[in-house]
Design a protein around this ligand. Sequence first.
Ligand code: PHE
Length: 500
Amino acid sequence: MELPHAQAAVLRAASAEDATPIDELAAETDLPPETVTGAAFELEERGLVVVLSREEESTTLTEEGDEYADRGLPEVRLYEAARGLDADPVPMGEAIGRAGLEGPEVDIALSNYARKGYGEIDSGTVTTDPDAVPDTDSEAMALDAITAGEAAPSDEVLDRLERRGLIERSERTERTVTLSDDGVTALMEGVESRETVGQLTPELLASGEWRDVEFGAYNVEADAERVDGGRLHVLRETGERVKDVLVGMGFEEMDGPHADADFWINDCLFMPQDHPARTHWDRFALEEPSEIDDLPEGLVSRVERAHREGVGPDGDGYHSPWDEGFARALALRGHTTSLTTRYLSGTEIGEIDPPARFFSVEKAYRNDTLDATHLLEFFQIEGWVMADSLSVRDLMGTFEEFYAQFGITDIEFKPHYNPYTEPSFELFGTHPTTGELIEIGNSGLFREEMLEPLGVECDVMAWGLALERLAMLTTGAEDIRDLHGTLADLDFLRNAEVSY
Ligand code: PHE
C-alpha cells in the first residue's frame, strides 16, 4: 500500500497493543503534533487505526503561584513571622518586615490571614491563633502538589487558587492512536510512503516545483486552534436586530436629545407635576444649562389647560399646580417617550398623518437601585402606531409578531396604569433558564388628554420595551450586570448567540 509520508510514518509508529498518545507519535515520527493528528484521522478514515479522544484538564501555576510555591504563601509567612516574635499581639510592621513581605504581598497576606483563621488583624497589630497549622494550609499543599505533578487537589481549592490568580486551568483534548486489524495487515504486506505537500509556499511557486509535487488533502474536520477576534457586543447586536425587525414591520426611526425638558419627558404625557416619578429622587437633573431655551408656545398652553381642566366636555384636570418653569427644567430622559411626544407634536419632521409607525432603540436614564434587573441606564425600545381605529388586539398582535422574531412566543400581558395611556398593559416573558416571569415592557393606547393638546386626532398605541430584558431572554443571561459594565463576563460576551 502506498500512503502519504506522514500517514505511513504514523502507521509505522502506532501499536496494536497500546493506545499511543499523539505527542508520543509526534516525538517518534519527528512530525509536528498537528500533522500527526491530521494523519491519524486520515488513517482512521481508511480503517487502519482507531483514534480515541478524551478531554483532559490541566492545571499550571502562574508566575505568582510559582513564586509562592517556592517562598510560601504571604499569609503563611506572616503567621510564621508573627509566631516567631516574642509577643502577642505583635506590631504589624515588625511581623511584615520579618516575613519579608513587600509591595502587593502585604495586602495579599492581610486579606487572607483572618479568612484562614491564622489570627486577627486589628489597628496595626497582628494576633496569632496558636491552634492554626500552616503546614496543612490546603492552598499551600495544592501549590506543592501541582508543582510536583501529583494528583489534582479538590475543585474547591482549585477554584480558590484560580480566583487568587495563582493557577491557570485549561482543557485540552488528549488523543490516542491504536492500529486496527486492517492496519496490522497493511503493515505486514508492506507500506510505502509517498511525499505530499501540505502547504503551497512562495518557493514552490517560484521554482515551478508545484507542477510536480502531490498536495495532501485538507482535513476540514480536524480541530483548529480557536482565535478570539473582536465582535459586536451582544447588546448592540440585539439592538441592531431589533431595528431590522421593526424596519421590516414598516416602522421609521426617531432620533432626539438624551437630555431634554421635562415638558417633553413628562408634561406632554399628562404626567401631573406632583407625580412621584418627577421628584429629584428619580431623575438626573441638569445643573448647567438647567432649562430648555424654547418650547412651542401654543402647545405649552394647550398642555397646561389639559393638566388644569382636562379635555372634552366630561374632562377633568389634576387640580394640582402646573408651572411652566418646572416644565422647562432639563434632565436626562427617564424614558424615550420624550421622542414620541416630540414627533407627535409635529415639531420634529412636521405633521404626521395616519397610518404611521415610528420607533427608537435609545438610552433612557433612571435613578434606580442596582440589582439583577436594574441599572441606572438602559436601552428602551420605544414604538408607536398611529391609525384611525386601533384596539388592544392590534397592540397585542404587534407584540406577538415582534417577539416571535426572537423566538419568544409566550409573552403575557397584565393590566397596568400609566397617566398617559388607557388601557395600559405590562408585558412579561419567561426566563429560559430560571423559568421566572420577568417584566419586559409597558404599553397602552394614548389618552385623549395627551393626544388632543398635541393635535393628534386619531388613535395612537405605544410602548416602551427594555432591550436588556429582551437580551436576557434570548441569551439566558440571569443578571443584567453580566451583559453590561465592569462585572460583565467576557466568556459569556464572546460566546453569546443572538437569535435570528
Ligand atoms: N414610557 C413607558 C415606560 O417608560 C413606556 C410606554 C411608552 C408605555 C408608551 C406606554 C406608552 O415604561
